[in-house]
Design a protein around this ligand. Structure first.
Ligand code: ATR
Length: 275
């Protein structure tokens, strides 16, 4: 019998850690599966996805730059994918319909609450950035019922657009948008969802947003401390995390959706950290 077949699709894709993460998950139960990395041509994501499922593929992860295309391509979307406007997890449902889910927000919240023991409930949270990465995580953050959630972005109109979009699911949370310069009080939690560090840049937020208790979470990760986390440490922050745990947790949620089994994540996070 052939192994069950999974893959991650992106462009570029050679640096993806997903094949390693999923093979570590599979080895926890001794299951045999094949998880590969597929580089889709920029202009033929749809053909790549169709071909994969025609070959008997069981599930796909989707990464940059195809998450929005995955969302559009799907026949149906889960509620959280619908709000996220992007999909990182595709599979065929029992009727053979291409289904889009999004596990990024669940991955972030699980990393914060379970791995780092940080409750979001009743907290004052500052989210930096208003692109696709932030849209993907806002629903699960709001579902934790923070006291207040501020989205700050270079282009303020994009932050305002996200507040409008997520207002219906924001419940009692005080929810607003602004530019980077505006927030000037310490927050309980600051999440960097900008892609500024890819260019070695920093979102120009005031150091006053960091107090002694402030938790910093950069959705990016790298072998060295990220640019944003280094800045936060320099301003006196002491609890600073990067997005490696989020990466492993979003993968674990995809694995659970596809295979009905929740793998242990901490040993996988530890192993990747030591690579
Ligand atoms: P992603 O999928 O990573 O979210 P994106 O949708 O292009 O990518 O969004 C990138 C985010 O990082 C945006 O919030 C962007 O700000 P704008 O909306 O004003 O473009 C932010 N960003 C990118 N480079 C930045 C920089 N050098 N300084 C500050 N913010 C930056």
């Amino acid at each position: 019998m052939n192994n069950d077949l999974y893959a991650v699709v992106g462009n570029p894709i050679s640096h993806s850690k997903s094949p390693r993460i999923h093979s570590l998950f599979a080895s926890q139960t001794g299951e045999k599966l094949e998880y590969t990395a597929i580089q889709a041509p920029e202009d033929d994501f749809a053909g790549t996805v169709t071909g994969f499922f025609q070959r008997g593929g069981q599930g796909l992860n989707v990464t940059v730059p195809f998450k929005e295309q995955a969302w559009k391509l799907a026949d149906r979307r889960t509620e959280r994918a619908e709000l996220a406007g992007a999909s990182n997890t595709l599979y065929q449902d029992s009727k053979g319909l291409l289904t889009a889910d999004n596990t990024d927000g669940k991955g972030l919240v699980t990393d914060l609450t379970v791995n780092h023991g940080i409750s979001l409930t009743g907290k004052r949270i500052l989210v930096l950035g208003a692109g696709g990465a932030v849209r993907g995580v806002l629903g699960p953050i709001l579902a934790e019922h923070p006291d207040a959630l501020t989205i700050a972005n270079r282009t303020v109109a994009k932050a305002e657009g996200l507040v409008k979009l997520f207002k219906p699911v924001s419940g009692q949370t005080r929810f607003d948008a602004c530019g980077f310069e505006q927030p000037a009080e310490p927050f309980d939690l600051i999440i960097n969802g900008t892609s500024a560090s890819l260019q070695g840049d920093l979102p120009p937020v005031s150091a006053d947003v960091i107090g002694v208790e402030t938790v910093i979470y950069d959705m990016m990760y790298s072998l060295q401390t990220t640019t944003f986390n280094q800045w936060a440490l320099d301003q006196g922050a002491t609890r600073v995390f990067d997005g490696l745990g989020m990466l492993v947790e979003q993968a674990a949620e995809s694995f659970r959706i596809w295979r009905g089994f929740s793998p242990k994540t901490q040993p996988v996070i530890d192993e990747l950290r030591n690579d």
